[in-house]
Design a protein. Structure first.
Length: 139
């Protein structure tokens, strides 16, 4: 899973939830922008309630919490770092799913991908990383 999209590939990501590193980065960006902690504090991997849960479910929960605290998501920018699989064929689907969970239009969500040209754990194909930033406004 990346950005809510199941991508057929011979290697997968492992984690307590669905291991969707892209959506997890978005969750942390939203929480960070609101000053409301991080994904590990809200949804600890020691809690069996979150075993195999969809990260999109967690994102919707976070958006509800942030909204209840008086914030509205303006936009989010997401960068996925991976040599493989190729992200470009899945970018539009990721943007649609993430924007829907965030409650914003697809124009308010940037989804980009890059490689490390073979350097680091991403370049060796040992994992994927993602970074996101979020702009909120008070309601």
């Amino acid at each position: 899973m990346l950005g809510g999209v199941e991508i057929a590939y011979h290697h997968g990501l492992s984690g307590h939830s669905d291991a969707d590193v892209a959506t997890h980065a978005v969750i942390d960006a939203v929480l960070g922008a609101a000053g409301m902690g991080d994904i590990g504090a809200l949804f600890p991997d020691t809690d069996p309630a979150y075993k195999d849960v969809s990260s999109l479910v967690l994102l919707r929960d976070v958006v509800a919490r942030v909204t209840a605290a008086g914030w509205r998501v303006v936009n989010v920018d997401l960068v996925i770092v991976a040599e493989r699989p190729r992200i470009a064929p899945h970018r539009a689907a990721m943007a649609a799913l993430l924007a829907g969970a965030l409650g914003v239009g697809s124009e308010a969500l940037g989804v980009k991908a890059t490689t490390t040209e073979g350097m680091g754990f991403e370049g060796r194909g040992e994992g994927v990383s993602a970074t996101a930033v979020c702009l909120l406004e008070q309601t």
